[in-house]
Design a protein around this ligand. Structure first.
Ligand SMILES: [Zn+2]
Ligand SMILES: [Zn+2]
Length: 265
């Protein structure tokens, strides 16, 4: 199937995105490559929840809201725009960093269990098992969050961001049974698994077929999880290889019933 949605896009409001990450540029690209659903997911830590790390202090709700008028004035009859966020997992509270009241004001919410570069103590990088256990704990805490009903998808599951070594080592250390346990609960809760195309962009089809994430996605599919694709774009070049989303969908033999409804309606 053709993947015509991208529910993981950062604009220049995200501190780590560049000035080319504008709604205008993304819309132009979406028209050129045939995308019909664009979900904007800037980094976010709700200021009503204490403990924001320095990266998140200014990325609060009033900051996030600056995108709303921009989306309203860029309305396009052929491309649906969604106002969302990529919020965080807080290991201190063992919960996500968004309140229910704020969650109700968003079209969709991504939560990663793998921003270990931002929220995990640095001495957890070694031994690898400690890093794996942190992400599994984070994943379980996200599923049992007080606001889990509002969570749309787990962003880049187990793909440890900014990891000083190859994070696929960590995915390979997680057993099928562990993934089955986690993904069965994910499916029960109606939370989708994100397929983050950014991690595939330099790979050939054969390399994608053989990569560690594919075992994880296959198990998620068998457990009845729905998927949501995302580019994790932080600049206007991020969609140059977004056709890789179609390759992943083909390799996993996905059809519309495997995709979360929000990306289809
Ligand atoms: Zn992320
Ligand atoms: Zn992101």
């Amino acid at each position: 199937m053709r993947i015509r949605h991208d529910f993981h896009i950062h604009t220049e409001l995200s501190l780590c995105a560049d000035e080319s990450a504008t709604v205008e540029n993304y819309l132009e690209i979406a028209k050129n490559i045939g995308l019909t659903h664009l979900g904007f997911s800037n980094h976010f830590w709700d200021e009503k929840i204490p403990g924001a790390t320095p990266f998140y202090v200014s990325q609060n709700f009033s900051h996030l809201l600056r995108l709303k008028p921009e989306l309203a004035c860029r309305a396009d009859p052929h491309i649906k725009l969604y106002f969302g966020c990529e919020t965080e997992y807080d290991p201190i509270r063992r919960d996500v960093t968004i309140t229910e009241k704020t969650a109700q004001q968003l079209d969709f919410i991504l939560v990663p269990n793998s921003h270990t570069h931002l929220v995990m103590p640095r001495d957890f990088y070694q031994p690898y098992q400690k890093h794996v256990d942190f992400m599994i704990q984070a994943y379980e805490d996200i599923l049992s969050s007080s606001v889990y009903r509002y969570i749309t998808a787990i962003a880049h599951p187990f793909e440890a961001v900014g990891c000083p070594y190859d994070y696929t080592i960590l995915i390979d250390m997680i057993s099928d049974d562990c993934f089955k346990r986690l993904f069965s609960q994910t499916a029960e809760r109606g939370i989708a698994i994100e397929i983050n195309v950014d991690s595939m962009h330099t790979k050939t089809k054969e390399e994608i077929a053989a990569c560690s994430q594919m075992r994880m996605f296959q198990i998620a599919k068998e457990c009845g999880c729905r998927f949501l694709f995302g580019s994790d774009a932080h600049n206007s070049k991020a969609h140059d290889s977004y056709a890789h989303a179609d390759l992943v969908a083909e390799l996993l033999e996905l059809d519309e019933s495997d995709i979360l409804e929000i990306a289809l309606i």
